[in-house]
Design a protein around this ligand. Sequence first.
Ligand SMILES: [Zn+2]
Ligand SMILES: [Zn+2]
Length: 443
Amino acid sequence: MLADEMKNPSGIIRLLKDLNDKAGGRKPRLTDVIRENFWWDEAFFIKVSAAAKSVHELPWMIEAYEAAAAAARNARHSARATALDVCIAKLYLAAGYKKEKAARVWERIIKLPTNPRAMEADLIKACKGLATLRYSVYCLDNARELEHGTPEEKKWIERLEKVCKAKNKATDDAPQVITSSTSAMQLGLWYRENGYLEEANACFQPFIREALMILSDDDPENDLQGFHDLASALIAAGDDECALAFLNSLRPKPRQEKRSRGGPSDNEEEDGASASSDRPLGEIKDDGEDMKGGETMQDKNANEKFGEAGQAEHGTAVTYSETANNSVSYDELPYSNLMSRLSVRYPRGAYFWLWVCDSHCHREFPIFAEVNVCRMCSSEICDDCLELIRSGDERASKSCNPQHEWLHIDASEQEVAEGQVLLGEELISFEEFKDCLRAKWKV
Ligand SMILES: [Zn+2]
Ligand SMILES: [Zn+2]
């Protein structure tokens, strides 16, 4: 019965309204349910917000989340309240409220102090990371709309620069967190688009350096982040040749294989999926603020930068065709060439995901091919969704922008062995490839 209700948006909203705060007896209160499910990129929020949107109940849902955030604050669960603020800002945008309204939330979160020793530090860091990224994208979008050289444009760029600096300072206090990137990437893009190449490279270099460090350390848990950081920075910096060589070197990873340590090409997929596959969908512990932030933060950081939706589904048995998510199923969109080929070669569920479409469908893909990486906002978009974006389809209106430009990653003509990279005509080891990058980018 519950499962049936969860299959359609109106059923989900009916269930939630049934839990309204006046409900007595053994039912949990709606406020408490929301407080328990505070992560913005897990199934609960993804599903209920999509359901609310499709049945035009977002204003009601915003009120419910505001009440839950206030209750969390009253209970001195400030980190959880901040995470709920992130959800609220996302709901504002989904509901079509003015972007300024969400931007005020991002600004407030950015200004929150970070105490790396506090129990909830990881959750606050994740909130600040996302707020910083969203706010810098907002500043960059505003700057792009203005004529270059005007005082108005300068104001937005100064705000962006301020966020970058604030973020770097926070990194000094908490060196274990990879943060140099999110806002610096936006600033670098603006510099590059306006011809300040030296300044642009100064923004991208730390990004590339840190990604190379992540892909060289002994911690396989962070390789997914390193892979996305590196690809994204190279594309933003205009180094298409190295970006394509690197992305084409990534191999699909069957699920039944045992975890092993090696080059980047044999563990990224696994890392990303395994980090979240160990816990059931939407699992939440009930005993404190800190939750599971420490275990998954790097995945979360990677995910925030490169598409926050769908994380909860990674590695779980739930697929979009079985959820009431945003009502997209694998069967709804017509299969592009990519999808047709992938579905034959890499049956769904048999491989770890390597990337997730940032646009409407949020589908997971086992190889990094036939992807469109946005040069202006770093979104990774499948061919099907790019068609929606280009045609101005409302379903894809919140992701990327029809005016943006994309690098299309073709499926590799020549398959390279694990741990090898085909750079131009030359087949080299991944270690040699990293040395090439270090020399080329002076990192
Ligand atoms: Zn898509
Ligand atoms: Zn874009």
